[in-house]
Structures are given as C-alpha cells and as structure tokens.
Design a protein around this ligand. Sequence first.
Ligand SMILES: *[C@@H]1O[C@H](CO)[C@@H](O)[C@H](O)[C@H]1NC(C)=O
Ligand SMILES: *[C@@H]1O[C@H](CO)[C@@H](O)[C@H](O)[C@H]1NC(C)=O
Ligand SMILES: *[C@@H]1O[C@H](CO)[C@@H](O)[C@H](O)[C@H]1NC(C)=O
Length: 414
Amino acid sequence: MHIQVVSLATGLIAVAQVVGAAPAAKCKPKRNVELGPRPEYLIRDMDDGPLKDKLSSCLDQEAKTSKFSIGHRGGAVLQFPEETVESFVAGTRMGAGIQECDVAFTADRELVCRHAQCDLHTTTNILVTPLAAKCTTPFTPAADGKPATARCCTSDITLVEYKTLCGKMDGYNASATTPEDFLDGTADWRTNLYSEQCGTVLSHKEFIELVDDMGLEFTPELKLPDVEMPYDGDYTQEMYAQQMIDEYKEAGIDPARVWPQSFVFSDVAYWLAHEPEFGRQAVLLDDKGNTPQTFPGAIANLSFYKESGVQVIAPPLPYLVTTDENDNYVPSEYAITAKELGFKIITWSLERSPPLKRVAEEGDYYYMYMLNGTKHDGDLYELVDVLSREISVLGIFSDWSATVTYYANCFGIL
Ligand SMILES: *[C@@H]1O[C@H](CO)[C@@H](O)[C@H](O)[C@H]1NC(C)=O
Ligand SMILES: *[C@@H]1O[C@H](CO)[C@@H](O)[C@H](O)[C@H]1NC(C)=O
Ligand SMILES: *[C@@H]1O[C@H](CO)[C@@H](O)[C@H](O)[C@H]1NC(C)=O
C-alpha cells in the first residue's frame, strides 16, 4: 500500500537536534546493559556508507541505558512473552530506559498489564486452565472450514485468578481442534524458547514496583475497553483513567518519570485537565491515518491536537517516513508538520515485523508507506537514523530494545 505524499524534506532539514526527556527524577538504572549479537548482525547487513562506518565504530563501546530506547510490552517481545516479568527484565538488560505496561482492568476493577482487554486466549494459557470456563466466548474447535475461536477478557476474571495464568508468545492456531493446539501460533521468526514454562504476568501495581526497582521510567497505556463503559453500571472511563494515575501517586512516583499514553483523545484531554503534572507528558497515540484515504486527515488533525494542549504525539513508524525518488527513507509530510508544530514525537514499533526481506516481498503495516526503501535487515538502522537525526524523535518503542539502545549509545543520546 502506497501513498503519494510530497516530501518537503529535501534540503530543509539539516542538523538533527536531540531533544532530551525531562531531567531524571531520582531515577538511576541499576543494571549493567548488554546488547548481544543483533546490532552487529544488522550493521554488517547495512549498505556501505557513512552511517555504517559510524555504527561500526561503536562496536566495542560500553552499553548504557537510554530513554531513547522504549521497551515495547517489555522490550524483548521478539523472543519473550509480552508484558511478563521476563520480558521487562530482558528489555531492561538491553538498555530500555522507559518501560511500557498496557493497562486493562479485571472483573474486580484491578489494573493489569495486557495489550488488550480481550487477548488472554492468545497471550496466556487460560484455555487449558479451569478459568477457561469463565471466558466471554469459550473455545470452539475449527470445523467445516471455519476457524477455531475463543475470546477471554481480563474482565472475565479477578486479579487473584489472573495471577494464576502464564504469559506466552502472542498467537494462535486457527486450525486447532483442541485448546492445546489453539495455543500454538508463534510466528516462525519469533521463538518459544522463553515461553514453554510460565511467563510471569503482573498487575499494574507490580509493574510500577518492578520498573521503579530497576530505576527506569514508565509509559502505561490506557487500553480502550472491550466492554461497554460504564462497566458494571458505574465504572466510568474517567474513573479508569484516574485509577491508572492514582497508582503512580500511591507508589510515590515523580510524575516526571511517567508518560501516560492513550489512542483516545478524550483520555489525554482528561489528564491535561485533571492531572496536569501527568498530562504534561501524556502521549497521544495516533492511528487515524492507516489508509492513503485517511492519512491526509490525520495530518490535518495535528494542529487541533496542538491547540488542545497535547505535547507528545506518537504515530506508528510509517506515518513518519516515506521514500524519495531514489528509494531512500525521508521524513513524511506528517513528520514535517508535527515537527513544525513543536510536538515531541515518539514512534512505534521497531523490530515488530518479520525479517525485512519478507516485509519487502509481502508488505507490512509498519513499513506500509516506505516499502520502496525496505529491502533487507540492515535498513532498520537507516530508518532509525532518519527518525533520530531528521525527525528528532524523543524515543522509539522496540520489540528488541538492544537495537535502539545501540544506536542511542553510538550517537550519545541519553
Ligand atoms: C494446529 O492445529 C491442528 C489441528 O488441531 C494441528 O493438526 C496442527 O498441528 C496445529 N499446528 C500447530 C502449529 O500447532
Ligand atoms: C481528529 O481527531 C478527533 C479527536 O481524536 C477524532 O475523533 C477524529 O476522527 C480525527 N479526524 C481525523 C480525520 O483523523
Ligand atoms: C515505489 O516505486 C514504484 C516503482 O518505481 C513507483 O511507481 C511508486 O510511485 C513508488 N512509491 C512511492 C511511495 O514512492
């Protein structure tokens, strides 16, 4: 899928300015950072040129935590089950300076870290536990050419019940005739290496404690409820948005360490109005331009968000980058507009896609407006470089934190 965007970038953007996050408030990373073999693999795969030379020159540099590197669902999701202690610890070891918990609520209105309120059937072992009986839609085997189905929500169970589940790699087998078979759907370029035992799921409060202990910053995302609000008669969207902030206040966390996110403009507006210290760093996620038809409207809406007081905008990677006539990655009209309006920009998510050779052949959401520049794995660092030096993004969510941390360390981004 392509879009015709006239890029105004050429010649306009000369020097990149690295805009640092707010000063760290009693927050100091407590782990040695190790980046493993992947950055070197990616660099060796790059096209020759100054960027490859620069990144190669840092191979023996000491690795450090960077807030430019944001752990997506923990920051190790390429290999570890998402939003588990194991993923948070692994992403932190790879230098993520900010950690993400996607927030959903349970039947007893406790907050837990899950990417969606109703993804327990694909991200946990719930279907092979007694709790399967509580699922909104129980497991139905594949039959007569129809796929297997199930739907299990955090709001189907209590926090105590939730804590008995095991996190696993996200995915399912649509041909499954048994719940056991349904659980297995890991993409062939990911792995079950750390998923066979039991990924440790956690509440939002436990996430705060874990990330605070590791000395990092927090980016909780208020997930859109999959049930009608107000839930159970009187639990409103505002109460839910407030509860997420209250858990940081109760834990004594400095708001300067918290980056609350939502795709819903009214959630961000709520924090700006009622919790300005947290609203100052509230991140408006943007997914309103997923087709060439809707993309211009998303760009046009940026000035409205700015006037409404939103400081941080977070579009997916393809909104920010397009290609020029030589198939090089360049800033898109969206990126240029967001920069001109003075937004802080965060983007998602690197390392979420299949190997780039496959992306080039089959297409992929995260590269949809820049496919012409996407050919092989080494292109990842060309993308990060445009995001950093030409678009001045504040941070990049990644499913494998080492990739972004390495770039940040090499360019001295804290
Ligand atoms: C998917 O389920 C079908 C039917 O239960 C089974 O034959 C097949 O081996 C499963 N595939 C995987 C990858 O588990
Ligand atoms: C503009 O923003 C509002 C508020 O989030 C949203 O409802 C609307 O769909 C957006 N319009 C476009 C074209 O993106
Ligand atoms: C991608 O390349 C094709 C073939 O060269 C060209 O027709 C198309 O316009 C390009 N798309 C973009 C978005 O530049």
